[in-house]
Every structure is written in C-alpha cells, then in structure tokens.
Ligand binder design. Structure first.
Ligand code: CA
Ligand code: CA
Length: 347
C-alpha cells in the first residue's frame, strides 16, 4: 500500500484526509490518483537513410560495377562506416563488401544487386538496408578481335608490290583500330615493312615472303592474336636468268637456260627457248641416271618459256639435297635437240 503522497513509478498517490462532517469511514484511507506523468521517450534522433541506390558499369564479365547511393540523416548525423553487399541472384557474394565489384565468370548469366546499410557516426547508428535494382543478366567477357583469311596477292617477283589481305572481325562488334602489319622474309621480320603492301627488293630473291596481321580493336579487348598468311615464293628476279637468250622471239637454236635460283630450296625455274614450234620434253635425273621427274611433255611455240620444279619426285615426295640433271628434248619437223644441265638442291 502506497503511503501518503508517494510516487510509485509514474503514479503519485495522494492521501485524502477524512471529511470531518461526512461519513467518516467512506473515504478514509482511500487513495486517489492525482495524475499520471508519462516519462515518454521522445525520439531524440532518427536512423540514417540510404536512397537512390543504383549500379553503374557494364554488365559484362571482367567489368567493374560501382554502387551508388545517397546517404541522409534527418538529424544531420554524419555518415559512418556504411556497409555494402553485392548479391548474385539474391545471394550475397562472399567478400564483395565494398562499393565496387569486379564481375567474374561465375556471374555470367546472373542478376547482380548492390545493397547499402547506412551507418551514422552519431545518434541512431544503423539504418535499414536498401537494395538497388538488379542488373544483368551478365554477359560474357569481351573477346579480342581476330584476323582471318590472311593472304598475299601480287606477283612474287623483285620489283613487284605485294598486297596483304585479311578479314577483321570482333565477336562483340568492336570496330577496328590501328591493326599492325609485318612482312617476313623467310620468317624473319623485314625492317620497316609494316604497311599493308610491300615492294619486293633484290634481297628477297629466292626467299619466301609472309604477311602478318595483328588485329587491334578501338574498344573492348584491344589486341588480338597475330595471324600469318601462307608463304609465297620463292621470289623470282624481275627476269629469268640468263634472260638475254630468252627475250628473243626466235633464237637461232634450242636453248636450255640455267635454272634460277640455283642452288635452290624448295623450288626452281628452268628456262628454255625454241627457234620453232616443237614437241618439248623436260625431265629431271639424279646423278645415277635415274629419272626423278618428268616436268613437261607438250608442244610449245617458238620463243622463250619456263617451267617450275618443286623439288618433288613423281610421287610428290620431296627429294633429298644434291645435284640433279635436267634435260630438254625438243623435236621439230626438221631437228631433234637434246641438252642437259646441272642444278643443286640444298634442303
Ligand atoms: Ca540520426
Ligand atoms: Ca571485342
């Protein structure tokens, strides 16, 4: 029982004295509530709020996403160490707790969300976590450009200009930037030969020439893999040697020229000239007198001609290094001529 004027919690009890001329017993010792004083907790401070939570960046593997948000606090409490999370298909990604997140292969095809829990330095410290809209599905990473159909066109002869051809492509549609070119002589880069065209010089005689493209994109993954054309060649001289004999329309007699180049690898050219139309047979023999290859059996007009030997026998097998004999038989209505010369193959 509360005593006179005692506070119990928020309630003050007041003892009323008996009314002197009334019923002495009716109100005696009765207690009345005088007042109730609520010590109500008026919120001194409100929690911070995160708003405008968004993600910027390209939704592609390898790209970095950045989470953005606006921190606010009605009481002016400054931002403390707000907390961040990134979620993959609504499941938090382990370790992804900063404002940025680099997309990895595991994210491909998923939806990504950025979440902020605003934290104040003072007042009510922690606010409600807010999530961004999802971005995605995340696409595969950008791929490097490629060069294909790399080829060389032009006459493979000293003084001629070769043209390098190729097809640029990029799976992501990145346009071509400054792709790089090289020309190679026997698989060694030719100094200064870095354009799409190359004029053959004397030093290229007998060599194999290759064109190389390194595709470069304007955007995305910039540099692709270098791709080489098939080799062309060997580069022949501007004329077949010895040319003087062969420039005649009609030499006085059948001429079997020196092969060029010589020594050679893997192929050489054999010149011959005819004073008149003749049936021509050109053959290659080894030093044992065994026939290695028949290069030509055909009727040819008067004038100069040449034929190529690729260093292979009748079966298409490359013959070994050594000295070989080449012969011409020219049979016309009036005469039959047989000549032979030597050539050296060096593998
Ligand atoms: Ca606050
Ligand atoms: Ca690309």
């Amino acid at each position: 029982m509360a005593s006179n004027n005692e506070w119990q919690g928020n309630i003050q009890f007041i003892k009323i004295d008996p009314i002197p001329n009334g019923d002495p017993g009716s109100l005696t010792d009765k207690l009345f509530i005088k007042s109730i004083e609520f010590t109500e907790e008026i919120p001194a401070n409100t929690a911070p709020i995160a708003s405008n939570v968004t993600i910027i960046g390209t939704a592609q593997v390898g790209q970095v996403l950045t989470g953005n948000y606006t921190y606010s606090d009605a009481d002016g409490d400054l931002e403390g160490a707000s907390r961040f999370r990134w979620l993959r298909n609504r499941v938090p990604i382990a370790g992804a707790t900063t404002k940025t997140y680099k997309l990895v292969t595991a994210d491909q095809g998923t939806l990504i969300i950025f979440e902020v829990t605003p934290v104040a330095q003072t007042g009510v410290i922690t606010g409600v976590a807010v999530q961004s809209s999802a971005v995605g599905p995340i696409t595969s990473s950008n791929t490097a450009p490629t060069a294909s159909n790399v080829t060389i066109t032009g006459t493979v002869q000293v003084g001629q200009v070769l043209i390098g051809n190729y097809t640029y492509s990029d799976a992501d549609g990145d346009l071509e930037g400054a792709s790089r070119f090289r020309w190679l002589r026997n698989w060694f880069a030719i100094p200064g030969a870095t354009a799409k065209t190359y004029k053959l010089v004397l030093a290229d005689r007998g060599a194999r020439i290759t064109f190389e493209v390194t595709p470069v994109a304007l955007t995305g993954v910039l540099t692709g893999k270098a791709v080489r054309s098939p080799a062309v060649g060997p580069v022949i001289r501007a004329y077949m040697t010895p040319i003087s004999s062969f420039e005649q329309e009609k030499p006085d007699s059948v001429i079997l020229g020196l092969n060029y180049p010589n020594p050679f690898n893997p192929e050489t050219y054999i010149n011959f000239a005819l004073p008149e139309k003749a049936m021509v047979v050109i053959e290659v023999y080894n030093l044992l007198g065994q026939k290695v290859r028949t290069l030509l059996v055909a009727e040819k007009e008067a004038g100069s001609h040449h034929i190529r030997w690729d260093g292979k026998d009748e079966s298409g097998i490359e013959v070994s290094s050594g000295i070989y004999i080449y012969t011409i038989q020219a049979i016309s209505e009036k005469t039959k001529t047989i000549q032979k010369k030597r050539m050296t193959l060096i593998r």
